[in-house]
Design a protein around this ligand. Sequence first.
Ligand SMILES: [Zn+2]
Ligand SMILES: [Zn+2]
Length: 339
Amino acid sequence: MRSVVIESPDRLVIEQRPLPEPAEGEVRVKVALAGICGSDVHIWHGHNPFAKYPRVIGHEFFGTIDATGPGVDPARLGERVSVDPVVSCGHCYPCSVGRPNVCTSLQVIGVHCDGGFSDYACVPARNAWHIPDAISDRHATMVEPFTIAANITAQLKPTPDDIALIYGAGPMGLTVIQALKGVYGVKQVIVADRIAERLVMATNNGADKVVDNSHQSLEDILNKAGIRPTLIVDAACHPSILQQAINLASPAARIGIMGFSGEPCTITQQSLTSKEISLFSSRLNSNRFPDVISWMAQGKVDPEKLITHCLPLEEVQAALTLFATDQRTCCKVLLQMHN
Ligand SMILES: [Zn+2]
Ligand SMILES: [Zn+2]
């Protein structure tokens, strides 16, 4: 079978590997489609602190179960599944409080262990979530990216009366917009980004108002309009954003951050405490696959609005480069393995 292997930083090869056999408790997934994410590019270029090499990348993938390991119900053969990349121990403190995404021995498929940019991948059976026929293959591949939005919104608890501000109209920002509008019915969602084409995508994904903050001050625009966001999500993940978000926020607002920068960001206690701001952080997803599968089955979110490209596995290097360099026309890129 073919596997996309990052041998060491900046060295990507498509390697022929033997077909893997599922171990106890595992299923083998014949991968149909996989999605490209920023973290795949980071592992390729050696910018992911968790990655070990060589590594088969890819943590957003969909396919069918074509083999089951010992202890797994053989009735699952042929099942359409999307794979949750979060592999957890099940008994540490975070696992015991329903937060397997920060398990003390967390393994992320495609980061800590081999992933889905491969013709076949063996994964724990409980990580392979059944996809109903009502959800297309393309949309099923998008379940994982929507779980990122599901995880942060579950923490922020949006209400229809919220005035939401989202920084960044990349895949994370766009899925958050769709969740806020389609799932939670938030009446006003404002999106700030520095790329005009991204703001068009934000509008297409449901944003009520967009602000290009490349040449105008977001602070001025919101102040002039008398807008005090009650819920803010930093999906641009730059360390400079948090203090501005705190300044812009309404008293009693909630702010969610998802960035992984190692750079310090300077904020004052006074700016947080004087408004009693609640600060949340979110990483990956904690058992959000069932939520997102039901959102998609009910048509509450539309993954098609994010998918701009689909390329065959052989073109993985071009696909990763396109994703990393062309933010004007490219949003989500899918890789096709099998039909
Ligand atoms: Zn991802
Ligand atoms: Zn654990």
